[in-house]
Design a binder for this molecule. Structure first.
Ligand code: S3P
Length: 160
């Protein structure tokens, strides 16, 4: 990969973007970033507080601002809802960006997010979460250059 490249990890909550992103970054000797953390810095609140005190729309506004101004090369984990806005997808799909979709099976996602603190998860039932996951699949697919289904990390390194 070119030194100034950006590899964005996309996928639903609990797909393993942060976990895998850190491993990839270490292996490729690249910096790792997490868009959610950058949003927290910008809003001066953690993600949960942004949702409860300011609302989802405010979160989405900052999320788009952070993404559309992103200029740091490295491995970048995104939030699961980033693909919902067309302008975000358009930014992600630029030629110079490499987009890896962590397409983790629903059963694994479910076990990780049900009963988790995540604001999107706490306010939804399990079947609502499944519907959201299902509805977002085609958006992740639309953006993805590489689809990783969790077979082998080595395979992923080779693809990159
Ligand atoms: C969200 C996912 C979260 C975070 C926010 C909204 C979503 O990120 O951005 O709570 O809409 O799916 P993770 O995918 O890292 O949990």
């Amino acid at each position: 990969m070119k030194d100034d490249g950006m590899i964005f990890l996309i996928g639903f909550m609990g797909a393993g973007k942060t976990y895998l992103g850190k491993q990839l970054a270490a292996k490729l000797e690249l910096p790792f970033y997490d868009i959610d953390l950058e949003i927290e810095k910008k809003a001066n609140l953690d993600v949960n507080d942004i949702f409860t005190k300011k609302g989802e729309q405010y979160f989405r506004k900052i999320e788009t601002e952070v993404l559309l101004n992103w200029d740091k090369p490295g491995i970048i984990a995104t939030g699961g809802g980033i693909v919902e806005k067309e302008e975000n997808r358009k930014f992600l799909k630029q030629e110079l960006h490499k987009i890896i979709w962590l397409h983790t099976p629903w059963e694994i996602i479910r076990s990780r997010i049900v009963n988790s603190y995540r604001p999107i998860a706490v306010e939804r039932t399990e079947s609502e979460l499944f519907t959201l996951w299902d509805q977002r699949l085609h958006l992740y697919k639309e953006c993805a250059d590489i689809v990783y289904t969790g077979n082998s990390l080595e395979e992923l390194y080779d693809l990159i």
